[in-house]
Design a protein around this ligand. Sequence first.
Ligand code: G1P
Length: 292
Amino acid sequence: MKVKKAVIPAAGLGTRFLPATKTVPKELLPIVDVPSLFYVVEDAVHAGIEDIVIVAGRGKTAIEDFFDTSYELQDLLVKTGKEAMAKRLDQIQNMANIISIRQKQAKGLGHAVYAARPAVGNEPFAVLLGDEVMLPTKEGAPSVTKQLSDIFAQKGESTVAVMKVHEDDVSKYGIVAIENEQSPMKVTEVIEKPSRGSAPSQWALPGRYVFTSRLFALLKDLPPGKNGEIQLTDAMTAIARSEGLWATPFVARRYDAGDKFGYLQANIEQGLLHPEIGPRLKEYLKILSQSL
Ligand code: G1P
């Protein structure tokens, strides 16, 4: 079955990025000249997804505006001979159907995903975390959502991306327990941020998932889990035990853009690849590293 819908939870307060995120949603902080959320939407669109449900909280209306038309701006760009940029903005507003849903209370990631149920219905859907940026390693390579959708099409069961992390880092992620090490790996349980000694593996969830709509039914009756929140990972354990769940390592350059270091890494690497500023930045970094 084809995956045509995606949910992007973007309701977090972005406390790791204060004071910048007091007024600017963390998902709109730029990687060079493009908001990180653009890359997340693109990841879904490159998998053939048509409808994107963004679940946001208060103070995040700028997200909707980013994917909307700005007549005045378009008009000004055309009149001042900046047609290329006018075209680029046009492409952004037409890249997908963006559906906005408001999460009125912050009760956890599982709760945010559940808020998208009326817009998704009884179809399989992808979930992409709004502050995790995953870029293809080379032009034209399949996006992470596409890699997951392909396995979902083969297996007909929910499929999630995993990456191997250092044992000191298992407590930062949802960690999967698996039956076999060969991809796709069959998942038996998912534990939210286990301590170093109690992690069932070092395979962590970086925030790309494809689920059957059964996930909603499981989320509906889920009691609060770790930190008193409705955890997506608890619903994943339930789906692993009922329908089945698969995990696969992915190929992409991944940045945790919600973290200061990850955000700077993304900016430096994308800056180096940027046709306009790349060569200058490379030279600058070389000189800088010699003088420090
Ligand atoms: C969330 C999820 C966790 C996942 C992580 C990826 O945690 O709950 O399972 O591994 O995102 O970034 P958060 O980072 O929002 O605390």
